[in-house]
Ligand binder design. Sequence first.
Ligand SMILES: Nc1ncnc2c1ncn2[C@@H]1O[C@H](COP(=O)(O)OP(=O)(O)OP(=O)(O)O)[C@@H](O)[C@H]1O
Length: 727
Amino acid sequence: MRKLKSRGRQETLSEEDEIKLLNSWIDSGKPNPAANPLSFDPIPHDAPVGQLHDGGFSPYVGSKLFAQLPLSDNTKRGLKDAKFFQLTDIQRASLPHSLCGRDILGAAKTGSGKTLAFIIPVLEKLYRERWLPEDGVGSIILSPTRDLAIQLFDVLKLVGKYHTFSAGLLVGGRKDVDSEKTCIHRLNILVCTPGRLLQHMDETPNFDCSQLQVLVFDEADRILDKKFKKNVNSIISQLPKNRQTLLFSATQTKSVKDLARLSLKEPVYLGVHEESPTATPERLQQMAMEVPLYQKLDVLWSFIRSHLHSRILVFLSTCKQTRFVFEAFKHLRPGIPLKCIHGRMKLNVRAAICEEFSEQNSVLFATDVASRGLDFKKAVDWVVQVDCPDVDGYIHRVGRTARYKSHGSSLLFLMPSEMMMLEKLKERKIPIHCTKASKKKMQSVSESMAGLLVKFPDLKHLAQRAYVTYLKSIYKHGGKEIFDDQNFPFNEFAASLGLPTTPKVRMLDKKNIRLLEKPSHTTEHGLMEVQNTELKSLINSDDVDGDFLQVKDIAIDEAQHAMKTDNLPATRVLKKNKLKINLHRPVGTRVVFDDNGNTRDPLATLATDNIEDVKFDPEAVKERFRKMREDFKAKDQEDKVLHSKRLKDKRLKEKKKRRGAKDEENEEKEDDDSVSDNEAMRPHNKRIKFDHDSDDSSGDYQKVLLKDSISVAEQEAIALKLLSSMH
Ligand SMILES: Nc1ncnc2c1ncn2[C@@H]1O[C@H](COP(=O)(O)OP(=O)(O)OP(=O)(O)O)[C@@H](O)[C@H]1O
């Protein structure tokens, strides 16, 4: 039984009654008696959630059912179809504010329903503004990953299915940019990743966001961090300031520096679980285990072998590691289906794999591409973290289990040098218990791995790359205390992957290049081979998860330098980094083009046109290009402003025209309706109209009219005549 507050009295309703009440409101097609979808009394910013403010009546603060909220029927029906009836904590706390148009900074545990907390206000805002497809972009929902964007788009389609807005999913990795360009101006709600949105802002001429009403950042702290900083700043600079901004995350940023660039207006901070004793879901059981690096695969294998009837999500830190462990374990056949997703896979393949993972008990090896926001259809039983992330990363990874009302467990492997992570987790109110692997159940796989690597050379290559990328990732992210290269067990780790020799790794950072660990075999050929493999893998890498993008340039410089000095075999250089040098033309010679755009021989040009050979001044050229770029940018900006103004005017005109037409139509309809109220009038009016307007006065209709117009006296006279003739 629960108590429901309503006008001046308290009703006690059972859960069943609440649902009945909800259904009756929805089915009756009438608005919720406690709500008017088109008007809102603003709630004071400091109104405590769950209480009436100012002693007065507020129908939605503290609402427990969606039916009690002042939502449009379209949204309510969408929610009902999706079987969303009761509000979660974050929905209950945020919707009353977001529906009033306030900016929100929402923080709530993973799996607590933050998605609906921003999808509903987006739909309602556009509904109340009577947004039409021709009005263009009314709302943008930004997601840090493509996979999460797809999921958000699905929820939007589910809940918004009775609305008439057009919505689009704009994410990288999809090749249909051109078809997006042709229809983007007709989309009202965009769910996108920052990169693709910016691409359209820069490249699509008729893409106009000047009317934007609501901007949403899901996983806001991630989108606002340095990886997306440039893109997000550019996006924000092109959006109108007069908009509503909603930010949600399980690890919300409160950094003034991060938020300042968003121009928020008196944002309401809602940390609904701040008073909770734990920062992670209460139904989540969390364990940590001390595992030396070289035993990680043995422990992971043994864990999988003893949980064959579970759905297990295993996080590793780089794409190569993920691929290697997946491929190697697949050959070893643990007795449960294995799958893997990482950033280098195609988007649709990743989506299909996630779908499959939801359908059957299996193990999914994943990089952090799956760590934020993903909501697998069926509950994940275990989240295993083979490599230790930072605390925020930990919260999001374990958040893939124990979602909404389900239970789940997690296991974190910590190397002896990482044990202080336990303290950091406890400081952030994350209850985690230490555990040990059962010796009886431990099985070693390194020997089998070594056999596999001999049999499958590709796998050996993958193992070497996994080794290199892992070391680089902990070197870059782990900090000195974790990565102590003097005592690091390089050889044992390589052996645990089944590698016969320890690859030599050059740690590259901006300042210095260090060689770590003497290789266990020293033939020059062997050494070269590994170095070159490593360079190649770095240069070719678009390994988003491995985070080696910064290293790329150095690696290329090195490769080029090495080619010059040491005569090392050539290493592939990225196309875009190749210097385009025209060998036939001396450097510093002016290039002259003829009217058709063809280059002319410089000497011939000198002879015929008497043009002086201009000395090449790189600084001057740079300066000229810089100026040209600035001019272009300014011009481009001007054009954009002009274009969006034109579009806006056009839209307003069309809207006015449409509304005018609609009003006329309504007036006509009203006229008609008022006429139809007086049934006797309609045929009469019509007839008169017909009679007077018609040229053809001899028609049937006229005859009927004539018949009708015989007077009573005439009728009597005719009747009398008939009677007398009968007698
Ligand atoms: N009001 C509700 N009633 C029933 N189920 C709900 C409700 N709100 C959300 N859910 C369900 O709870 C699950 C988690 O929701 P959601 O993905 O929005 O969580 P989240 O807080 O965004 O998680 P994360 O922080 O991991 O992104 C989903 O399966 C969703 O369908």
